[in-house]
Ligand binder design. Structure first.
Ligand SMILES: *[C@@H]1O[C@H](CO)[C@@H](O)[C@H](O)[C@H]1NC(C)=O
Ligand SMILES: *[C@@H]1O[C@H](CO)[C@@H](O)[C@H](O)[C@H]1NC(C)=O
Ligand SMILES: *[C@@H]1O[C@H](CO)[C@@H](O)[C@H](O)[C@H]1NC(C)=O
Ligand SMILES: *[C@@H]1O[C@H](CO)[C@@H](O)[C@H](O)[C@H]1NC(C)=O
Ligand SMILES: *[C@@H]1O[C@H](CO)[C@@H](O)[C@H](O)[C@H]1NC(C)=O
Length: 298
């Protein structure tokens, strides 16, 4: 069988698909086969069906007034199970949290779920394309909500997705904030408006706030600041009393130091500041050498 003949026969059909459509379906397959295959072993999601649901939410919609309910169906169709204790929320640390979560291997940010992975791009509706979806993404207004553009398709999508993601959170969950921010938590963020109100006991058992400090400069706000205060107060009203807070726990510190070993907090452990630990290492090393020699002698 000559497969290339088949592909030539189908070539016109392949080109008839829009790029946005092809990218979406490709990402959908890639997610289920490679990024996070586990939830889909017994039942794979139909990526064509998901595309149709997503497209129908956007198609022919005005640039800045898309009702969020249009995405309810898609968010529901694309959801999958996430394990207990594997939810991380965040504000103003997109790049850091994406490396921290490691595509769901450590934990799941919303962009590591199938729903978020598929929507983590630019998109909007159009009246001049065949399927009602804008092909030139640079024309789309983005997800920022402004008085001129309160409900872009992206804003409607993230609102609906955030609502669903936070309602499904359970166990010990995390919140990552930016210690270099003047206001790590703002009242108008997606987290404050669409996620925090849904984090409730008894499903949520605790919240661990992680302040990320990826800089040689000092933090502007950390655990004793008003952001943690507000989170604590809100969660207490929602039945979650176990809220802890740390600045650069070792997992984050290792991440930052592997990316930039010159950061001041990366060398500390080996410096003169902790001679004890140096002595400890030397002693351990000596024992190891003696032990190895014994092994080889016997
Ligand atoms: C996936 O959905 C599409 C569109 O609804 C449908 O045509 C196709 O048969 C479905 N594929 C499978 C394997 O169910
Ligand atoms: C498409 O047309 C409808 C009806 O005239 C209009 O409300 C909408 O804003 C248009 N969409 C875009 C993306 O221009
Ligand atoms: C944010 O909301 C909280 C609680 O409603 C309020 O105490 C605080 O003053 C608000 N902060 C800003 C900057 O609006
Ligand atoms: C708690 O989790 C269960 C099972 O996931 C769910 O059915 C229930 O709606 C959740 N409760 C709340 C208050 O979200
Ligand atoms: C609070 O939650 C943490 C996990 O985030 C857990 O290790 C700790 O035991 C909990 N503390 C209490 C008092 O329940």
């Amino acid at each position: 069988m000559n497969y290339w003949i088949l592909s030539v026969l189908f070539l016109p059909h392949v080109f008839a698909l829009s790029l946005v459509d092809q990218e979406f379906v490709g990402k959908c397959l890639y997610y289920q086969t490679t990024i996070n295959p586990q939830p889909f072993v017994t039942q794979r999601k139909n990526c064509t069906l998901l595309w149709e649901s997503f497209r129908d939410a956007i198609a022919y919609q005005p640039a800045c007034h898309v009702p969020r309910e249009r995405f309810t169906q898609f968010v529901r169709d694309s959801q999958h199970a996430i394990a207990r204790d594997k939810f991380v929320f965040w504000e103003n640390v997109y790049d850091i949290v994406m490396r921290y979560s490691n595509r769901g291997r450590r934990t799941f940010s919303i962009a590591d779920t199938l729903t978020g992975f598929l929507g983590d791009t630019k998109f909007c509706g159009s009246n001049s394309s065949a399927d009602g979806v804008e092909q030139d993404r640079s024309k789309c207004p983005g997800y920022d909500q402004t008085p001129e553009c309160p409900w872009s398709a992206e804003a409607a999508f993230w609102t609906e997705a955030s609502d669903y993601f936070s309602k499904s959170a359970y166990g010990d969950i995390e919140l990552m904030l930016n210690a270099r921010s003047n206001t790590p938590l703002t009242n108008d963020s997606y987290f404050s408006r669409f996620e925090l109100p849904n984090l409730k006991g008894p499903n949520v058992t605790s919240l661990r706030v992680l302040f990320a400090l990826n800089s040689a400069l000092p933090p502007r706000e950390t655990c004793s600041g008003s952001s943690v205060e507000l989170v604590k107060r809100t969660l207490a009203q929602q039945g979650v009393t176990n809220v802890t807070c740390e600045v650069n726990p070792s997992s984050l510190k290792f991440q930052f130091c592997s990316e930039d070993p010159r950061l001041p907090f990366c060398t500390k452990d080996c410096d003169s500041s902790s001679t004890w630990s140096v002595h400890g290492h030397v002693i351990t090393l000596c024992f190891a050498i003696v032990f190895c020699k014994m092994l080889f002698l016997i």
